[in-house]
Design a binder for this molecule. Structure first.
Ligand SMILES: [Zn+2]
Length: 174
Protein backbone atom coordinates (compact mmCIF):
# COMPACT_ATOMS: atom_id res chain seq x y z
CA UNK A 1 0.00 0.00 0.00
CA UNK A 2 1.27 3.49 -0.85
CA UNK A 3 1.45 6.24 1.71
CA UNK A 4 -1.80 7.92 2.62
CA UNK A 5 -2.23 11.65 2.38
CA UNK A 6 -1.52 13.25 5.78
CA UNK A 7 -4.95 14.89 5.77
CA UNK A 8 -6.56 11.49 5.37
CA UNK A 9 -4.62 10.19 8.37
CA UNK A 10 -5.69 13.19 10.42
CA UNK A 11 -9.30 12.69 9.37
CA UNK A 12 -9.15 9.00 10.25
CA UNK A 13 -7.84 9.86 13.68
CA UNK A 14 -10.56 12.44 14.11
CA UNK A 15 -13.22 9.82 13.31
CA UNK A 16 -11.52 7.38 15.62
CA UNK A 17 -11.48 9.77 18.54
CA UNK A 18 -15.13 10.58 17.96
CA UNK A 19 -16.47 7.07 17.41
CA UNK A 20 -14.21 4.64 19.25
CA UNK A 21 -12.55 6.69 21.95
CA UNK A 22 -15.85 8.45 22.67
CA UNK A 23 -14.23 11.86 22.33
CA UNK A 24 -11.54 11.09 24.92
CA UNK A 25 -8.40 9.82 23.22
CA UNK A 26 -6.19 10.27 26.28
CA UNK A 27 -8.58 8.34 28.51
CA UNK A 28 -9.01 5.62 25.89
CA UNK A 29 -5.25 5.11 25.41
CA UNK A 30 -4.74 5.12 29.16
CA UNK A 31 -7.32 2.37 29.76
CA UNK A 32 -6.18 0.28 26.76
CA UNK A 33 -2.57 0.33 28.01
CA UNK A 34 -3.53 -0.37 31.61
CA UNK A 35 -5.65 -3.37 30.60
CA UNK A 36 -2.89 -4.82 28.40
CA UNK A 37 0.04 -4.18 30.74
CA UNK A 38 1.12 -7.50 32.21
CA UNK A 39 4.53 -7.10 33.86
CA UNK A 40 5.05 -10.88 33.74
CA UNK A 41 4.44 -11.21 29.98
CA UNK A 42 7.59 -11.56 27.86
CA UNK A 43 5.75 -9.82 25.03
CA UNK A 44 4.50 -7.05 27.32
CA UNK A 45 5.36 -4.20 24.94
CA UNK A 46 3.93 -5.97 21.87
CA UNK A 47 0.68 -6.54 23.77
CA UNK A 48 0.37 -2.89 24.67
CA UNK A 49 1.19 -1.78 21.11
CA UNK A 50 -1.50 -4.12 19.80
CA UNK A 51 -4.00 -2.89 22.41
CA UNK A 52 -3.75 0.58 20.91
CA UNK A 53 -3.20 -0.28 17.24
CA UNK A 54 -5.60 -3.23 16.94
CA UNK A 55 -8.91 -1.38 17.37
CA UNK A 56 -7.81 1.41 15.03
CA UNK A 57 -6.82 -1.11 12.39
CA UNK A 58 -10.14 -2.89 12.58
CA UNK A 59 -12.16 0.29 12.32
CA UNK A 60 -10.39 1.83 9.37
CA UNK A 61 -8.45 -0.98 7.73
CA UNK A 62 -5.62 1.51 7.41
CA UNK A 63 -2.06 0.39 6.95
CA UNK A 64 -0.23 -0.36 10.18
CA UNK A 65 2.60 1.85 9.03
CA UNK A 66 0.42 4.96 8.95
CA UNK A 67 -1.27 4.18 12.25
CA UNK A 68 2.02 3.48 13.97
CA UNK A 69 3.43 6.82 12.89
CA UNK A 70 0.39 8.84 13.91
CA UNK A 71 -0.13 7.14 17.26
CA UNK A 72 3.53 6.93 18.20
CA UNK A 73 3.79 10.72 17.92
CA UNK A 74 0.84 11.10 20.27
CA UNK A 75 2.24 8.58 22.76
CA UNK A 76 5.80 9.89 22.74
CA UNK A 77 4.39 13.34 23.46
CA UNK A 78 2.62 11.92 26.52
CA UNK A 79 4.95 13.63 28.95
CA UNK A 80 4.81 12.44 32.51
CA UNK A 81 3.38 9.07 31.52
CA UNK A 82 6.30 6.61 31.36
CA UNK A 83 4.15 3.83 29.88
CA UNK A 84 3.12 6.08 26.98
CA UNK A 85 6.70 6.90 26.05
CA UNK A 86 7.68 3.25 26.42
CA UNK A 87 4.93 2.04 24.09
CA UNK A 88 5.12 4.99 21.67
CA UNK A 89 8.84 4.56 21.14
CA UNK A 90 8.29 0.84 20.47
CA UNK A 91 5.78 1.51 17.69
CA UNK A 92 7.69 0.75 14.57
CA UNK A 93 6.68 1.46 11.02
CA UNK A 94 8.41 -1.14 8.87
CA UNK A 95 9.04 0.16 5.36
CA UNK A 96 10.49 -1.70 2.41
CA UNK A 97 14.00 -0.39 3.21
CA UNK A 98 14.00 -2.00 6.64
CA UNK A 99 12.29 -5.20 5.47
CA UNK A 100 14.67 -5.58 2.52
CA UNK A 101 17.66 -4.90 4.74
CA UNK A 102 16.63 -7.69 7.11
CA UNK A 103 15.95 -9.96 4.14
CA UNK A 104 19.13 -9.27 2.13
CA UNK A 105 21.43 -9.60 5.11
CA UNK A 106 20.00 -13.06 5.81
CA UNK A 107 18.70 -11.97 9.19
CA UNK A 108 15.14 -13.11 8.47
CA UNK A 109 16.36 -16.53 7.39
CA UNK A 110 18.55 -16.79 10.46
CA UNK A 111 15.50 -16.25 12.64
CA UNK A 112 13.26 -18.53 10.52
CA UNK A 113 11.24 -15.41 9.85
CA UNK A 114 11.07 -15.32 6.04
CA UNK A 115 7.95 -13.54 4.80
CA UNK A 116 6.74 -11.13 2.14
CA UNK A 117 6.76 -7.41 2.86
CA UNK A 118 3.43 -6.23 4.29
CA UNK A 119 1.22 -7.02 7.25
CA UNK A 120 3.42 -10.05 7.96
CA UNK A 121 6.17 -7.70 9.09
CA UNK A 122 4.18 -7.09 12.29
CA UNK A 123 3.56 -10.73 13.17
CA UNK A 124 5.41 -12.17 16.18
CA UNK A 125 9.10 -12.81 15.56
CA UNK A 126 9.25 -10.89 12.27
CA UNK A 127 10.54 -7.46 11.22
CA UNK A 128 8.94 -5.33 13.96
CA UNK A 129 9.84 -7.78 16.72
CA UNK A 130 13.40 -8.17 15.42
CA UNK A 131 13.93 -4.40 15.39
CA UNK A 132 12.53 -4.18 18.92
CA UNK A 133 14.86 -6.95 20.05
CA UNK A 134 17.84 -5.14 18.52
CA UNK A 135 16.77 -1.88 20.13
CA UNK A 136 16.85 -3.56 23.53
CA UNK A 137 20.58 -4.04 22.99
CA UNK A 138 21.29 -0.43 22.13
CA UNK A 139 21.34 2.55 24.43
CA UNK A 140 19.82 5.31 22.28
CA UNK A 141 20.90 7.83 24.89
CA UNK A 142 24.43 7.48 23.53
CA UNK A 143 23.13 9.34 20.45
CA UNK A 144 20.96 11.87 22.27
CA UNK A 145 20.60 11.93 26.03
CA UNK A 146 16.97 13.00 25.68
CA UNK A 147 16.03 9.79 23.86
CA UNK A 148 14.09 7.15 25.77
CA UNK A 149 15.89 3.87 26.23
CA UNK A 150 15.22 1.51 24.56
CA UNK A 151 14.06 3.50 21.49
CA UNK A 152 13.13 1.12 18.63
CA UNK A 153 11.81 3.94 16.45
CA UNK A 154 15.29 5.41 16.37
CA UNK A 155 17.02 2.10 15.75
CA UNK A 156 14.70 1.20 12.86
CA UNK A 157 15.92 4.12 10.78
CA UNK A 158 18.32 2.93 8.09
CA UNK A 159 21.23 4.84 9.65
CA UNK A 160 20.38 3.26 12.97
CA UNK A 161 20.10 -0.20 11.47
CA UNK A 162 23.47 0.16 9.77
CA UNK A 163 25.07 1.22 13.02
CA UNK A 164 24.10 -2.07 14.59
CA UNK A 165 26.90 -4.57 14.59
CA UNK A 166 25.63 -7.74 12.97
CA UNK A 167 27.19 -9.89 15.65
CA UNK A 168 24.41 -8.77 17.92
CA UNK A 169 21.89 -10.28 15.55
CA UNK A 170 23.54 -13.68 15.60
CA UNK A 171 22.04 -14.38 18.98
CA UNK A 172 18.89 -16.46 18.54
CA UNK A 173 15.71 -14.47 18.76
CA UNK A 174 13.77 -15.09 21.93
ZN1 LIG B 1 9.08 -7.76 6.92
Amino acid sequence: MGSLHPALTAYSLFLFVRDVADGDLVGWIESQLAAADDPAAPDRISRMVEAVIGPVRHVFGAADKVLMMALSHILIAGHGRPRWVEVGSAMIAIDTLVHNFLHRTGILRRFNADHAYGAGCYRPGRCADIIRAVADQIDARAFDRNFPNPFPRFVQQPSGVRSVRLERLRQPYR
